[in-house]
Design a protein around this ligand. Sequence first.
Ligand SMILES: NC(=O)c1ccc[n+]([C@@H]2O[C@H](COP(=O)([O-])OP(=O)(O)OC[C@H]3O[C@@H](n4cnc5c(N)ncnc54)[C@H](OP(=O)(O)O)[C@@H]3O)[C@@H](O)[C@H]2O)c1
Length: 340
Amino acid sequence: MTISSLNSRTGLEVRLASRPNGLPTPDNFEIVEVPVPDPAPGQVLVRNLYLSLDPGVLMLMSEQPGVPRPRYEIGEVMYGDAIGEVIASAEPSLAEGDLVVHRLGWREYALAGPEAFRRVDKGAYPTPSLHLSFGLVAYVGLMEIAQLRPGDTVFVSSAAGAIGSLAGQIARLKGAARVVGSAGSPEKVRHLTDKLGYDAAFDHHDGPVLDRLREAAPDGIDVYFDNVGGEQLRAAIEVMNEHGRIAVCGALTRQSTGRPDPGPGDLLSVVGKRLTIRGFTVHDHMDRAAEFGEQFRGWLREGSLVYDETVIDGLPNAPRALIDLVRGRYTGKTMMRLGS
Ligand SMILES: NC(=O)c1ccc[n+]([C@@H]2O[C@H](COP(=O)([O-])OP(=O)(O)OC[C@H]3O[C@@H](n4cnc5c(N)ncnc54)[C@H](OP(=O)(O)O)[C@@H]3O)[C@@H](O)[C@H]2O)c1
Protein backbone atom coordinates (compact mmCIF):
# COMPACT_ATOMS: atom_id res chain seq x y z
CA MET A 1 0.00 0.00 0.00
CA THR A 2 1.57 3.33 -1.05
CA ILE A 3 0.49 6.84 -0.03
CA SER A 4 1.43 9.70 -2.37
CA SER A 5 0.75 13.37 -1.66
CA LEU A 6 -0.12 16.55 -3.60
CA ASN A 7 -0.52 20.18 -2.51
CA SER A 8 -3.94 22.02 -2.50
CA ARG A 9 -7.39 21.23 -1.02
CA THR A 10 -7.26 17.48 -1.00
CA GLY A 11 -9.04 14.27 -0.12
CA LEU A 12 -8.01 10.62 0.01
CA GLU A 13 -9.22 7.95 -2.38
CA VAL A 14 -8.58 4.21 -2.63
CA ARG A 15 -7.63 2.68 -5.96
CA LEU A 16 -7.18 -0.92 -7.02
CA ALA A 17 -3.40 -1.36 -7.34
CA SER A 18 -3.41 -5.01 -8.44
CA ARG A 19 -5.76 -7.99 -8.51
CA PRO A 20 -5.55 -10.29 -5.49
CA ASN A 21 -4.82 -13.96 -5.74
CA GLY A 22 -7.30 -15.24 -3.12
CA LEU A 23 -7.89 -12.88 -0.19
CA PRO A 24 -6.44 -9.39 -0.84
CA THR A 25 -3.50 -7.93 1.05
CA PRO A 26 -2.97 -4.20 1.72
CA ASP A 27 -0.61 -4.13 -1.31
CA ASN A 28 -3.57 -4.66 -3.64
CA PHE A 29 -4.81 -1.15 -2.70
CA GLU A 30 -3.28 2.26 -3.30
CA ILE A 31 -4.30 5.25 -1.18
CA VAL A 32 -3.80 8.55 -2.97
CA GLU A 33 -4.32 12.15 -1.93
CA VAL A 34 -5.94 14.13 -4.77
CA PRO A 35 -7.09 17.74 -5.25
CA VAL A 36 -10.78 18.39 -4.53
CA PRO A 37 -12.02 21.03 -7.00
CA ASP A 38 -15.13 23.15 -6.53
CA PRO A 39 -18.17 21.84 -8.43
CA ALA A 40 -18.46 22.94 -12.07
CA PRO A 41 -21.94 24.01 -13.28
CA GLY A 42 -24.27 20.99 -12.98
CA GLN A 43 -22.08 19.28 -10.39
CA VAL A 44 -22.39 18.58 -6.66
CA LEU A 45 -19.58 18.14 -4.12
CA VAL A 46 -20.26 15.69 -1.29
CA ARG A 47 -18.16 15.03 1.79
CA ASN A 48 -18.55 11.35 2.57
CA LEU A 49 -19.54 10.42 6.12
CA TYR A 50 -19.70 6.61 5.93
CA LEU A 51 -18.54 3.94 3.47
CA SER A 52 -20.27 0.55 3.61
CA LEU A 53 -17.89 -2.42 3.56
CA ASP A 54 -19.30 -5.35 1.59
CA PRO A 55 -17.56 -8.73 1.03
CA GLY A 56 -18.87 -8.47 -2.56
CA VAL A 57 -16.01 -6.01 -3.15
CA LEU A 58 -13.61 -8.97 -3.18
CA MET A 59 -15.21 -10.33 -6.33
CA LEU A 60 -15.09 -6.93 -8.03
CA MET A 61 -11.34 -6.80 -7.29
CA SER A 62 -10.72 -10.27 -8.70
CA GLU A 63 -10.84 -11.86 -12.12
CA GLN A 64 -13.46 -14.37 -11.02
CA PRO A 65 -16.32 -14.88 -13.49
CA GLY A 66 -20.01 -14.45 -12.63
CA VAL A 67 -19.80 -11.02 -10.99
CA PRO A 68 -23.18 -9.24 -11.17
CA ARG A 69 -21.70 -5.69 -11.24
CA PRO A 70 -18.87 -4.01 -13.21
CA ARG A 71 -15.44 -5.17 -12.06
CA TYR A 72 -12.90 -2.59 -10.76
CA GLU A 73 -10.16 -1.73 -13.23
CA ILE A 74 -6.56 -1.53 -12.04
CA GLY A 75 -5.62 2.08 -11.22
CA GLU A 76 -9.26 3.18 -10.85
CA VAL A 77 -10.93 4.38 -7.66
CA MET A 78 -13.05 1.59 -6.20
CA TYR A 79 -16.79 2.26 -6.05
CA GLY A 80 -19.00 1.33 -3.12
CA ASP A 81 -22.09 2.43 -1.23
CA ALA A 82 -21.61 5.59 0.82
CA ILE A 83 -23.55 8.38 2.47
CA GLY A 84 -22.38 11.96 2.62
CA GLU A 85 -23.35 15.58 3.02
CA VAL A 86 -23.52 18.08 0.16
CA ILE A 87 -20.92 20.76 0.92
CA ALA A 88 -21.18 22.73 -2.34
CA SER A 89 -23.69 22.57 -5.16
CA ALA A 90 -23.78 24.11 -8.62
CA GLU A 91 -26.97 22.23 -9.44
CA PRO A 92 -30.47 23.39 -8.33
CA SER A 93 -31.87 19.96 -7.33
CA LEU A 94 -29.43 19.48 -4.43
CA ALA A 95 -28.47 22.02 -1.78
CA GLU A 96 -25.69 22.43 0.73
CA GLY A 97 -26.50 20.38 3.84
CA ASP A 98 -28.51 17.69 1.99
CA LEU A 99 -27.76 14.10 2.99
CA VAL A 100 -27.25 11.81 -0.02
CA VAL A 101 -26.54 8.12 -0.66
CA HIS A 102 -24.52 7.10 -3.69
CA ARG A 103 -21.98 4.60 -5.01
CA LEU A 104 -18.92 6.88 -5.10
CA GLY A 105 -17.49 5.51 -1.88
CA TRP A 106 -13.83 4.56 -1.21
CA ARG A 107 -13.04 8.31 -1.32
CA GLU A 108 -13.45 11.16 1.13
CA TYR A 109 -15.14 13.52 -1.36
CA ALA A 110 -17.45 12.67 -4.24
CA LEU A 111 -17.87 15.11 -7.14
CA ALA A 112 -20.51 14.29 -9.79
CA GLY A 113 -23.75 15.32 -11.45
CA PRO A 114 -27.05 15.00 -9.53
CA GLU A 115 -27.92 11.65 -11.16
CA ALA A 116 -25.19 10.03 -9.04
CA PHE A 117 -26.87 11.01 -5.76
CA ARG A 118 -30.16 10.20 -4.02
CA ARG A 119 -31.29 12.58 -1.28
CA VAL A 120 -32.47 10.86 1.93
CA ASP A 121 -34.43 12.07 4.93
CA LYS A 122 -32.05 13.42 7.59
CA GLY A 123 -34.45 12.56 10.40
CA ALA A 124 -35.19 8.97 9.31
CA TYR A 125 -32.58 7.25 11.49
CA PRO A 126 -30.57 8.07 14.61
CA THR A 127 -27.31 7.80 12.60
CA PRO A 128 -26.76 8.36 8.84
CA SER A 129 -25.03 4.98 8.57
CA LEU A 130 -28.40 3.22 8.93
CA HIS A 131 -29.33 4.41 5.45
CA LEU A 132 -26.69 1.91 4.25
CA SER A 133 -28.06 -1.06 6.19
CA PHE A 134 -28.49 -4.38 4.36
CA GLY A 135 -31.96 -4.82 5.87
CA LEU A 136 -33.67 -4.65 2.48
CA VAL A 137 -31.51 -7.56 1.27
CA ALA A 138 -32.63 -9.67 4.24
CA TYR A 139 -36.27 -8.64 3.78
CA VAL A 140 -36.40 -9.35 0.02
CA GLY A 141 -34.59 -12.67 0.46
CA LEU A 142 -37.08 -13.84 3.06
CA MET A 143 -40.36 -12.37 1.85
CA GLU A 144 -40.01 -12.33 -1.94
CA ILE A 145 -37.46 -15.03 -2.76
CA ALA A 146 -38.06 -17.61 -0.01
CA GLN A 147 -41.77 -16.78 0.37
CA LEU A 148 -41.54 -17.02 4.17
CA ARG A 149 -44.74 -18.25 5.85
CA PRO A 150 -45.80 -18.02 9.51
CA GLY A 151 -44.74 -21.19 11.34
CA ASP A 152 -41.68 -21.84 9.14
CA THR A 153 -38.34 -22.99 10.56
CA VAL A 154 -35.65 -20.73 9.10
CA PHE A 155 -31.89 -21.33 8.89
CA VAL A 156 -29.55 -18.37 8.26
CA SER A 157 -25.80 -18.76 7.56
CA SER A 158 -23.27 -16.04 8.43
CA ALA A 159 -26.02 -15.16 10.87
CA ALA A 160 -23.96 -12.66 12.89
CA GLY A 161 -23.02 -10.65 9.77
CA ALA A 162 -24.58 -7.57 8.19
CA ILE A 163 -27.42 -9.38 6.43
CA GLY A 164 -27.63 -12.43 8.68
CA SER A 165 -28.03 -10.42 11.89
CA LEU A 166 -31.17 -8.85 10.40
CA ALA A 167 -32.46 -11.90 8.47
CA GLY A 168 -32.96 -13.94 11.65
CA GLN A 169 -34.75 -11.12 13.42
CA ILE A 170 -36.95 -10.22 10.45
CA ALA A 171 -37.89 -13.90 10.01
CA ARG A 172 -39.04 -13.96 13.63
CA LEU A 173 -40.96 -10.66 13.29
CA LYS A 174 -42.69 -12.12 10.23
CA GLY A 175 -43.89 -15.21 12.08
CA ALA A 176 -41.16 -17.86 11.81
CA ALA A 177 -41.65 -20.49 14.50
CA ARG A 178 -37.98 -21.38 14.89
CA VAL A 179 -34.87 -19.49 13.78
CA VAL A 180 -31.48 -21.20 13.57
CA GLY A 181 -28.15 -19.57 12.72
CA SER A 182 -24.53 -20.46 12.06
CA ALA A 183 -21.47 -18.34 12.73
CA GLY A 184 -17.71 -18.74 13.02
CA SER A 185 -16.84 -18.60 16.72
CA PRO A 186 -18.28 -19.51 20.15
CA GLU A 187 -18.62 -15.77 20.96
CA LYS A 188 -20.66 -15.19 17.83
CA VAL A 189 -22.82 -18.23 18.56
CA ARG A 190 -23.62 -16.76 22.00
CA HIS A 191 -24.29 -13.38 20.37
CA LEU A 192 -26.89 -15.04 18.12
CA THR A 193 -28.84 -16.68 20.92
CA ASP A 194 -28.32 -14.06 23.67
CA LYS A 195 -28.64 -10.80 21.69
CA LEU A 196 -30.27 -11.51 18.33
CA GLY A 197 -33.01 -13.89 19.47
CA TYR A 198 -31.98 -17.04 17.58
CA ASP A 199 -33.52 -20.20 19.07
CA ALA A 200 -30.41 -22.25 18.32
CA ALA A 201 -27.02 -21.60 16.78
CA PHE A 202 -23.81 -23.46 16.00
CA ASP A 203 -20.21 -22.78 15.00
CA HIS A 204 -19.66 -23.88 11.40
CA HIS A 205 -16.09 -24.89 12.29
CA ASP A 206 -17.41 -27.31 14.90
CA GLY A 207 -17.58 -30.69 13.16
CA PRO A 208 -19.73 -31.66 10.16
CA VAL A 209 -22.25 -28.88 9.47
CA LEU A 210 -24.87 -31.51 8.59
CA ASP A 211 -24.73 -32.97 12.12
CA ARG A 212 -24.85 -29.52 13.78
CA LEU A 213 -27.77 -28.43 11.62
CA ARG A 214 -29.75 -31.61 12.36
CA GLU A 215 -29.25 -31.01 16.10
CA ALA A 216 -30.31 -27.36 15.81
CA ALA A 217 -33.35 -28.10 13.62
CA PRO A 218 -34.55 -31.60 14.57
CA ASP A 219 -37.83 -31.13 12.67
CA GLY A 220 -36.10 -29.92 9.50
CA ILE A 221 -36.03 -26.46 7.92
CA ASP A 222 -38.49 -24.78 5.57
CA VAL A 223 -36.43 -21.74 4.54
CA TYR A 224 -32.66 -21.42 4.16
CA PHE A 225 -31.23 -17.90 3.81
CA ASP A 226 -27.87 -18.73 2.21
CA ASN A 227 -25.04 -16.24 2.59
CA VAL A 228 -22.19 -18.70 2.11
CA GLY A 229 -22.82 -21.66 -0.25
CA GLY A 230 -20.40 -24.58 0.14
CA GLU A 231 -20.84 -27.18 2.86
CA GLN A 232 -23.63 -25.22 4.54
CA LEU A 233 -25.75 -25.18 1.36
CA ARG A 234 -25.26 -28.92 0.87
CA ALA A 235 -26.21 -29.58 4.51
CA ALA A 236 -29.29 -27.36 4.26
CA ILE A 237 -30.54 -29.26 1.21
CA GLU A 238 -30.30 -32.51 3.18
CA VAL A 239 -32.18 -31.06 6.16
CA MET A 240 -34.88 -29.17 4.18
CA ASN A 241 -38.49 -30.25 4.53
CA GLU A 242 -40.63 -30.92 1.44
CA HIS A 243 -41.35 -27.79 -0.61
CA GLY A 244 -38.57 -25.94 1.22
CA ARG A 245 -37.26 -22.68 -0.26
CA ILE A 246 -33.63 -21.56 -0.44
CA ALA A 247 -32.79 -17.89 -1.08
CA VAL A 248 -29.19 -17.70 -2.33
CA CYS A 249 -27.96 -14.28 -1.27
CA GLY A 250 -24.16 -14.61 -1.15
CA ALA A 251 -21.18 -16.85 -1.71
CA LEU A 252 -18.89 -16.17 1.24
CA THR A 253 -17.20 -19.57 0.98
CA ARG A 254 -15.97 -18.62 -2.44
CA GLN A 255 -15.52 -14.90 -1.70
CA SER A 256 -13.32 -15.59 1.34
CA THR A 257 -10.98 -17.99 -0.48
CA GLY A 258 -11.20 -17.03 -4.15
CA ARG A 259 -11.54 -20.76 -4.89
CA PRO A 260 -14.53 -22.13 -6.84
CA ASP A 261 -17.32 -23.66 -4.77
CA PRO A 262 -18.42 -27.17 -5.91
CA GLY A 263 -22.02 -26.00 -5.41
CA PRO A 264 -25.15 -27.75 -4.14
CA GLY A 265 -23.95 -31.31 -4.84
CA ASP A 266 -26.29 -34.20 -5.66
CA LEU A 267 -29.63 -32.73 -6.80
CA LEU A 268 -31.71 -35.85 -6.19
CA SER A 269 -32.86 -34.44 -2.83
CA VAL A 270 -33.91 -31.21 -4.57
CA VAL A 271 -36.12 -33.22 -6.92
CA GLY A 272 -37.44 -35.62 -4.29
CA LYS A 273 -38.36 -32.85 -1.86
CA ARG A 274 -39.53 -30.42 -4.58
CA LEU A 275 -37.21 -27.70 -3.30
CA THR A 276 -36.84 -24.22 -4.76
CA ILE A 277 -33.31 -22.74 -4.93
CA ARG A 278 -33.35 -19.13 -6.13
CA GLY A 279 -30.52 -16.61 -6.34
CA PHE A 280 -31.27 -12.90 -6.21
CA THR A 281 -29.72 -9.46 -6.13
CA VAL A 282 -31.45 -6.73 -4.18
CA HIS A 283 -31.10 -4.25 -7.06
CA ASP A 284 -33.90 -6.08 -8.89
CA HIS A 285 -36.26 -5.45 -5.97
CA MET A 286 -35.88 -1.78 -5.15
CA ASP A 287 -39.66 -1.41 -5.55
CA ARG A 288 -39.91 -2.93 -2.04
CA ALA A 289 -37.59 -0.36 -0.43
CA ALA A 290 -40.33 2.00 0.79
CA GLU A 291 -42.44 -0.81 2.26
CA PHE A 292 -39.38 -2.23 4.02
CA GLY A 293 -38.12 1.17 5.25
CA GLU A 294 -41.41 1.92 6.96
CA GLN A 295 -41.40 -1.39 8.83
CA PHE A 296 -37.68 -1.17 9.64
CA ARG A 297 -38.05 2.28 11.22
CA GLY A 298 -41.06 1.02 13.19
CA TRP A 299 -39.16 -2.01 14.54
CA LEU A 300 -36.22 0.19 15.54
CA ARG A 301 -38.52 2.74 17.22
CA GLU A 302 -40.41 0.15 19.25
CA GLY A 303 -37.20 -1.75 20.12
CA SER A 304 -38.31 -5.03 18.55
CA LEU A 305 -35.18 -5.27 16.40
CA VAL A 306 -31.51 -5.01 17.48
CA TYR A 307 -29.34 -3.19 14.94
CA ASP A 308 -25.74 -4.36 15.19
CA GLU A 309 -23.03 -2.26 13.59
CA THR A 310 -19.21 -2.15 13.79
CA VAL A 311 -17.76 1.30 13.02
CA ILE A 312 -14.08 1.79 12.09
CA ASP A 313 -12.55 5.24 11.60
CA GLY A 314 -10.55 6.56 8.67
CA LEU A 315 -10.43 5.69 4.96
CA PRO A 316 -6.76 4.54 5.14
CA ASN A 317 -7.94 1.72 7.43
CA ALA A 318 -10.56 0.49 4.94
CA PRO A 319 -8.39 -2.09 3.09
CA ARG A 320 -7.35 -3.76 6.35
CA ALA A 321 -10.94 -3.60 7.67
CA LEU A 322 -12.25 -5.28 4.51
CA ILE A 323 -9.81 -8.16 4.97
CA ASP A 324 -10.68 -8.43 8.68
CA LEU A 325 -14.39 -8.38 7.85
CA VAL A 326 -14.13 -11.40 5.60
CA ARG A 327 -11.92 -13.18 8.13
CA GLY A 328 -14.80 -12.91 10.60
CA ARG A 329 -13.46 -10.27 13.01
CA TYR A 330 -16.64 -8.17 13.18
CA THR A 331 -20.37 -8.58 13.80
CA GLY A 332 -23.30 -6.77 12.20
CA LYS A 333 -22.84 -4.21 9.43
CA THR A 334 -19.26 -2.97 9.13
CA MET A 335 -18.97 0.73 8.32
CA MET A 336 -15.99 3.00 7.72
CA ARG A 337 -16.54 6.43 9.31
CA LEU A 338 -14.91 9.02 7.05
CA GLY A 339 -16.18 12.18 8.75
CA SER A 340 -18.73 13.27 11.35
N1 LIG B 1 -27.87 -10.71 -3.04
C1 LIG B 1 -27.67 -9.43 -2.77
O1 LIG B 1 -28.36 -8.54 -3.25
C2 LIG B 1 -26.56 -9.06 -1.84
C3 LIG B 1 -26.42 -7.74 -1.37
C4 LIG B 1 -25.36 -7.45 -0.51
C5 LIG B 1 -24.48 -8.46 -0.15
N2 LIG B 1 -24.64 -9.72 -0.65
C6 LIG B 1 -23.77 -10.84 -0.30
O2 LIG B 1 -24.36 -11.46 0.84
C7 LIG B 1 -23.33 -12.08 1.62
C8 LIG B 1 -23.41 -11.57 3.05
O3 LIG B 1 -23.10 -10.19 3.05
P1 LIG B 1 -22.83 -9.43 4.41
O4 LIG B 1 -22.46 -8.03 4.08
O5 LIG B 1 -23.94 -9.72 5.34
O6 LIG B 1 -21.53 -10.16 4.90
P2 LIG B 1 -21.14 -10.66 6.36
O7 LIG B 1 -21.98 -11.84 6.69
O8 LIG B 1 -21.13 -9.52 7.31
O9 LIG B 1 -19.67 -11.13 5.99
C9 LIG B 1 -18.64 -11.32 6.87
C10 LIG B 1 -18.72 -12.69 7.49
O10 LIG B 1 -18.52 -13.71 6.52
C11 LIG B 1 -18.32 -14.90 7.22
N3 LIG B 1 -17.48 -15.82 6.46
C12 LIG B 1 -16.31 -15.55 5.86
N4 LIG B 1 -15.84 -16.66 5.25
C13 LIG B 1 -16.73 -17.65 5.48
C14 LIG B 1 -16.80 -19.03 5.10
N5 LIG B 1 -15.86 -19.62 4.35
N6 LIG B 1 -17.87 -19.75 5.52
C15 LIG B 1 -18.84 -19.16 6.26
N7 LIG B 1 -18.83 -17.87 6.65
C16 LIG B 1 -17.78 -17.12 6.25
C17 LIG B 1 -17.63 -14.48 8.53
O11 LIG B 1 -18.54 -14.88 9.54
P3 LIG B 1 -18.19 -16.02 10.61
O12 LIG B 1 -17.16 -15.44 11.52
O13 LIG B 1 -19.51 -16.21 11.24
O14 LIG B 1 -17.71 -17.21 9.83
C18 LIG B 1 -17.62 -12.96 8.46
O15 LIG B 1 -17.89 -12.34 9.71
C19 LIG B 1 -22.03 -11.76 0.91
O16 LIG B 1 -21.74 -12.84 0.07
C20 LIG B 1 -22.36 -10.50 0.13
O17 LIG B 1 -21.50 -10.32 -0.97
C21 LIG B 1 -25.67 -10.04 -1.47
